[in-house]
Design a protein around this ligand. Structure first.
Ligand SMILES: [Zn+2]
Length: 94
């Protein structure tokens, strides 16, 4: 299949905070675009499973979780389709 014309772009500003990933982001202001968001998975010992929508800061390499309520369904679906989903075990530190 060929894409004749791409759909509307999407972008939003996010600050690198490291939220959900230790919180040691560098504070850079970033323009997140489609394709920058990917899923990370968290499994706990009780068999629980959480999914996070995450971007990785190009400045410091720290990952920050994005509030899913701020993401359009287009981006959510695209992230779910990606083959590059990462699996990661995170401690639950709520
Ligand atoms: Zn950063």
């Amino acid at each position: 299949m060929k894409v004749l014309e791409k759909g509307p772009g999407w972008s939003m500003e996010q600050v690198c905070t490291g939220k959900g990933n230790g919180g040691c982001g560098c504070g850079a202001k970033l323009l997140i675009e489609r394709g920058d968001i990917y899923l990370t998975h968290s499994y706990d010992y009780g068999g629980g499973h959480d999914v996070y929508y995450t971007f990785c800061c190009p400045e410091c390499g720290v990952e920050t979780d994005v509030d899913t309520s701020k993401l359009p369904s287009l981006v959510l679906n695209e992230a779910q389709d990606k083959k590059t989903n990462r699996s990661r075990s995170r401690g639950r530190s709520k």
